[in-house]
Design a protein. Sequence first.
Length: 263
Amino acid sequence: MVLLALMQANAAVLDVDANCAAVEAAARKAAAAGARLLLTPELFPVGYAPLRLRAEFDPAALPAIRQALAEIARRNSIALVYSLPAATPAGDWQITATLVDEAGEELLSYAKVHLFGPDERQAFVPAAAGPGVVDFHGIRTSMVICYDVEFPEAVRAAAVRGAELLLVPTALATGFDTVPQLLVRARALENHVTLAYANHSGTEDGCDFLGGSVVAAPDGSLLAAAGAGAELLFAELPARDTSGPEVAYLDDLRPEVYRSWGN
């Protein structure tokens, strides 16, 4: 049995110490409950404020922040997914997510492919690499970030690479309730993955967040769902179904036909 914890909380924009303290508190509580992994929201350690981050945040601070987050994982003996900006060799910025294990060692990283809205597009550049897959306690695990999950191609790319669990840090504003309640569940079902989606709560830099974090099972059902406020959400990952899914979408894919259709 693998217990997953999702942190839904309100970050303080550019107050890294306060945000890391909140992650530490959540990690401690999650580990005490028996969780193996804590998923945190998009850009939580620095707060979600793309234009302010680009104008005021010094990327030279990133190695120390990453080290602090790895130490949180190590101190609490819990794997951790965190999301931070990152500077490319060309000097551009991307939004990234990192999975570290219980010892604070990096297992997987990912950079956001689909940027949402004018602020993100002004502050960051989109990545192009597909999601990787790693083994986490016997579960093939992958990541995408926020808006990526709204594109079937992104989740399917993880699924065809063998992912069974997809971890999604997000920063979803109010007014988009159909994303966690409908779209995320559809992505889980059509790709036979467990999909964990962790959002902010409250208001940051004028953005009102929906909350509503969810964990969707491979059959599209909800394993856990949060309300609008701060919450530590737990879900036990379902056992692997050795009999196979009721509808074998992944087995019945016909990529050669799709390619013949054109774009």
